[in-house]
Design a protein around this ligand. Structure first.
Ligand code: GLU
Length: 417
């Protein structure tokens, strides 16, 4: 399989390999790779100019052997069913890696949210939520934010679902605003979990934070909070940042808070005073201690893996590294913290939010941080130990554990009827 393979092909090949390492028969491997349910909906939205536009959306439920399905909803012009299948499958492994009682799912709508008004986004979100209503619910499948969806979008989904059933159901989505049953710490949770993983990885690699630098690709929710927390909590110097329009570099260190403000005012990190412009490709190859890809899939490939200059790669994005690149990074001795571990802090605090919603009892920010720290530290140690014991890279180790858990749950439940 080359680097050009789509994300679903990549996701299948990862499980095929690990399934063989686990000695699974082909039927079980097929069961682990095929999504349980795939839902495609085409639906109309009245645009601001009065015209009707038909949008296509998806919700894929990959597996629920271990519990209700869980996963985000992505709004992006390039969303495809195959991408959503891969992302749903990765959610299954992610939840199993950190021990959450969930299966995996994902949703997406093909649209360009940057070109839509707030009213159009609201109408599209409410109609999409109505269309997928038959297969979501607090005990069935619980959506959450992903690329270009946020707490406001979750509030609309929660309201639409609630209006249809006739009473308020906060537990139907996570990533909601605090006033609607959202959780303390959810917004920064993915990046906080990543920061805990980087802390553990640096300790294992014997790297000291006083001399360490970080480079972050992507300046959305995950990238921006990762840059902020890596600096504020671990003391790393942030030498480069980027968004979809390009990157900025300053060996003396960038202040993520002030770059965030610059992006808020100008729409991009580009043109930040005092920094040198670089391309996203150049940014990935910079010499640094920690590289955080926090944008799209397939950015570290066989074409650039050999030139990655980081000691640690911490995957904030889902699927940023191709299998070919994984092999090259492993041979170079780079410690890669795989997405299904590294960015699992988001779904972990989503789980906390859901538990709080079901109990109508809310926790403090300190409690959220403590529990997240415990879960991430334990999951990291387990994956790291497995990688050492089986002499495999961290991604393979995480997959061995995660696929193993789902297979075990499947066997215990048995094949119905
Ligand atoms: N979209 C996030 C992810 O890819 C979070 C999903 C969730 O919280 O359910 O992990």
């Amino acid at each position: 399989m080359g680097d050009q393979a789509g994300p679903y092909q990549v996701a299948i090949s990862q499980v095929q390999r690990v399934g063989e390492l686990l000695g699974l028969d082909q039927g079980m491997i097929d069961l682990m790779t095929r999504p349980k349910r795939e839902f495609t909906v085409n639906f109309p939205v009245t645009m601001d100019d009065g015209t009707i536009k038909v949008f296509t959306g998806f919700r894929v439920q990959h597996n629920f052997a271990r519990g209700p399905c869980k996963g985000g909803v992505r709004y992006h012009p390039a969303v495809t069913l195959d991408e959503v299948r891969a992302l749903a499958m990765w959610m299954t492994w992610k939840c199993a890696t950190v021990g959450l009682p969930y299966g995996g799912s994902k949703g997406g709508v093909i649209c360009d949210p940057k070109k839509m008004s707030r009213g159009e986004l609201e109408r599209m979100t409410r109609r999409y939520a109505s269309e997928i209503m038959p297969i979501i619910g607090p005990h069935v499948d619980i959506p959450a934010p992903d690329m270009y969806t946020d707490s406001q979008v979750m509030a609309w989904i929660m309201d639409t679902y609630s209006m249809n059933v006739g009473y308020s159901v906060p537990g139907v989505v996570t990533g909601k605003p605090l006033s609607l049953g959202g959780s303390e710490g959810r917004e920064e949770a993915t990046s906080r979990g990543l920061t805990y993983c980087v802390r553990e990885a640096m300790a294992m690699a014997g790297l000291r934070s006083s001399e360490a630098t970080a480079v972050v690709q992507g300046f959305g929710n995950v990238g921006w909070n990762a840059a902020r927390l890596l600096r504020d909590e671990l003391g790393l110097k942030i030498v480069a940042l980027s968004d979809s329009s390009g990157g900025i570099y300053d060996p003396a260190g960038l202040d993520p808070v002030s770059v965030h403000e610059h992006k808020r005012l100008t729409g991009s990190v580009m043109g930040y005073p005092g920094a040198t412009s670089i391309t996203n490709d150049e940014l990935l190859e910079l010499d640094c201690t920690v590289l955080v890809p926090a944008a799209l899939e397939n950015v570290i490939t066989s074409a650039n893996a050999d030139r990655i200059g980081a000691r640690i790669v911490a995957e904030g994005a889902n699927g940023p590294t191709t299998p070919e690149a994984d092999q090259i990074l492993y041979e170079k001795g780079i410690l890669l913290i795989p997405d299904i571990l590294c960015n699992a802090g988001g779904v972990t605090v989503s789980y906390f939010e859901w538990v709080q919603d079901l109990q109508f009892l809310f926790w403090s920010n300190a409690e959220i941080k403590n529990r997240l720290n415990d879960i991430m530290t334990y999951a990291f140690a387990r994956v790291y130990a497995t990688a050492g014991a089986r002499e495999v890279d961290m991604r393979t180790a995480a997959y061995l554990l995660a696929v193993g858990e789902v297979v075990q749950a499947t066997k215990l439940r048995g094949i119905y009827p």
